[in-house]
Design a protein around this ligand. Structure first.
Ligand code: GDP
Ligand code: MG
Length: 153
């Protein structure tokens, strides 16, 4: 289906790993019908995080953010499917968990912005940049979902 090859970079931050939420995040994206095409656990070096969060450089939360996300392993993922970038952001919920709806990942599992469990690309440009930053091309799998005709019309 047209657009079903859209990809988003979704990451579970170290708090999500420590709190045992990895399986739940993966389950939600799998059950939605999205296709997992990249997955790895990585404790990100500072340079990678500086680049990943370059838009926030200079803001007061920048240094605490790099310390937080670099403090332990993250689970970095690439998910594929129709509108996965915008729908993935809705599944994560608002950046500030106090504004995130119940039923979203942040709404269900977190309380403060500085420990909000997960990251998701916010645009096509960001998704491409982030996937290229975190994954080598051969680390992203091209595979056919046998259930595809039951997910898309
Ligand atoms: P996101 O795209 O929803 O993750 O939000 P942003 O791109 O605006 O910010 C990136 C990350 O920085 C957020 O997910 C938070 O972990 C953190 N962050 C953003 N704003 C604040 C803030 O005001 N205070 C703190 N402590 N962290 C923030
Ligand atoms: Mg962002």
């Amino acid at each position: 289906m047209a657009g079903a090859n859209e990809r988003s970079f979704i990451m579970i931050k170290p708090d999500g790993v420590q709190r045992g939420i990895v399986g739940d995040v993966i389950r939600r994206f799998e059950q939605k019908g999205y296709k997992l095409v990249g997955l790895k656990m990585i404790q990100a070096p500072r340079a990678l995080l500086e680049s990943h969060y370059e838009e926030h450089k200079g803001k007061k939360f920048f240094e605490p953010l790099l310390t937080y996300v670099g403090s332990g392993p993250c689970v970095a993922m690439v998910w594929e499917g129709l509108n996965v970038i915008s729908v993935g952001r809705k599944m994560l919920g608002a950046t500030d968990p106090s504004k995130a709806e119940p039923g979203t990942i942040r709404g269900d599992f977190s309380i403060v912005t500085g420990r909000n469990i997960c990251h998701g690309s916010d645009s096509e440009t960001a998704a491409k940049r982030e996937i290229d930053l975190w994954f080598r091309p051969e680390e992203v799998a091209n595979w056919a979902h046998t259930a595809e005709r039951w997910i898309y019309e």
